[in-house]
Design a protein around this ligand. Structure first.
Ligand code: TYD
Ligand code: MG
Length: 466
């Protein structure tokens, strides 16, 4: 066996080295270098290449370049459906629901009369059938197989009409003869993905590769495949919640800021077309430390509850713990509260949580987070019918954010009566009878909340607000 080039491959990031190392120089992970057989170059033996025909840029396009799955939340994230000849990676933790979603998608397509194939490398055909039965999809004309050899899969699928959609579950179980190393290694994952991508481009079939993400980096992550595919969708959720969020991490044919929201039920994944209702369904009304944030995910407004707990600390260095938001963003909001508003949090632990297992990246959440923090510290519940949005600058000013009308409209639709918004959006309000109160600085927000307050019952340091 000829070993050319780099034969030690990092199982975390796919970087190569020509000798064993304890630590990968590319990604810094320890104990991830594994010796793998080098990939043989694809068999192109003739010294002269095959001649091909160059095509004009303008020409006949395929008649239906996109095929919607019929599952609206999935189509929203792909940008309108599966593109012919494209390859999509569906990544997520084991058990999050990737197989469930994809069997539902193939069944929907097959029922619509398209040839849809589901290849499982993890489960036997009988197991997949059992799951389909539980999901009420047993009658869908999906073609099933339990196979792991990529050459066999491609040879079989080339027979007859090319399938419109092929699901490969998962890429980590696939192997190709062109690579010497064991299934599951980076070289095999990369080699198998390469063959499937070439097949998709050649045949026009859309392929979805399932990839399990593992945190310890022991099994080759789908990361090495990310740059090879056209789109990467990440399927996320908190173990204890029923919500699942599908997010486009990369998409050559569509937006990357849209999310799809699903709920895992006994009968598979149910689409959630109004996620705000779901995320606000278990609100703890009337308790201090919660604020509703009117956020945006792509083009869709999304209301979520931000919960804060500010409690006297018993530690030398108080704790700052965040779930679903950015830790450095919290540190910034705390610093602004301390520096400009006289709110001293040095003697308190601070916990911040986004309800429902949602993750927020928008700076527009600053104002709602600050309101929740001050509400908890002052022990004054915020009005239950109010939403908050606005970005806080380091000077303590509240800056306007985009999509104000959509945020207000969604809030009014869900029965909220008022919105606390940045001063500068004065012209854009008046949606659906929603009353807007404008705050120009964090100081005035703090004063407003303190005015609502009732005295703190516990024996901790007195809340100093304003
Ligand atoms: P699965 O789709 O197998 O996850 P993945 O392919 O990402 O590893 O989902 C497995 C989990 O989903 C499992 O814990 C059971 C749960 N589940 C339901 O709650 N309802 C259902 O209808 C199905 C099929 C699965
Ligand atoms: Mg699975």
């Amino acid at each position: 066996m000829s070993r050319r080039g780099l034969s030690f491959i990092c199982q975390n990031c796919g970087a190569g080295a020509n000798r064993w190392q304890g630590k990968c120089e590319a990604c810094g992970e320890w104990n991830t270098m594994v010796e793998e057989g080098a990939e043989r170059p694809p068999g192109r033996k003739a010294p002269k290449g095959r001649l091909f025909e160059l095509q004009p840029l303008t020409g006949e396009a395929h008649d239906a370049p996109r095929l919607p799955s019929g599952i609206a939340e999935l189509d929203r994230v792909t940008g309108g459906g599966f593109v012919r000849g494209s390859v999509l990676l569906m990544a997520g933790d084991p058990g999050i629901g990737k197989s469930t979603l994809l069997i539902q998608a193939t069944a929907a397509l097959a029922r619509a009369g398209e040839r849809a194939v589901y290849i499982s490398g993890e489960e036997a055909v009988a197991q997949v059938r059992l799951r389909a039965e539980r999901l009420g999809l047993a009658d869908a004309p999906v073609e099933l197989a339990s196979e792991t050899a990529v050459e066999d899969i491609i040879a079989t699928l080339t027979q007859g009409k090319i399938p419109r959609l092929i699901v490969i579950d998962s890429i980590q179980t696939m192997w190709t003869d062109t690579v010497d190393s064991a299934p599951g290694t980076v070289s095999q994952v990369r080699g198998a993905a390469q063959m499937l991508i070439r097949f998709a481009k050649r045949s026009g079939a859309a392929i979805i590769l399932v990839g399990h993400v593992t945190k310890d980096g022991q099994i080759a992550g789908p990361r090495v495949v990310e740059h090879m595919v056209d789109a990467v969708l990440s399927f996320e959720g908190e173990g204890s919640h029923q919500f699942r969020i599908l997010r486009a991490v990369k998409n050559r044919f569509g937006p990357t800021d849209e999310i799809g929201v699903f709920e895992m039920t006994g009968a598979g994944l149910r689409e959630v077309s109004n996620p705000s209702e779901l995320f606000l369904s278990e609100r703890d009304l009337g308790s201090p430390g919660t604020a509703v944030f009117a956020g945006m995910e792509g083009t869709r407004p999304l209301l979520v509850e931000i919960q804060a707990l500010v409690a006297p600390t018993s530690l030398g260095t108080p704790r700052r713990a965040v779930v679903g938001w950015d830790t450095s963003r919290l540190a910034m909001v705390i610093a602004v509260l301390e520096a400009h508003c006289g709110v001293k949090l040095g003697g308190y632990d601070v916990y911040l949580n986004i309800a429902g297992g949602m993750r927020i990246n928008e700076p527009a959440a600053d104002l709602a987070a600050a309101a929740a923090l001050v509400s908890s510290l002052a022990n004054s519940p915020l009005p239950a019918d109010a939403v908050y949005f606005g970005e806080i600058s380091l000077s303590g000013a509240i800056r306007p954010v985009s999509h104000t009308p959509s945020r207000l409209k969604e809030s009014a639709k869900l029965g909220f009566a008022r919105a606390v918004v940045p001063e500068a959006v004065r012209g854009e309000t008046g949606e659906g009878g929603l009353k807007t109160s404008h705050v120009g600085s964090l100081t005035s927000l703090v004063a407003d909340i303190a005015a609502l307050g009732r005295p703190r019952q516990n024996t901790g340091p007195a809340a100093k607000t304003g």
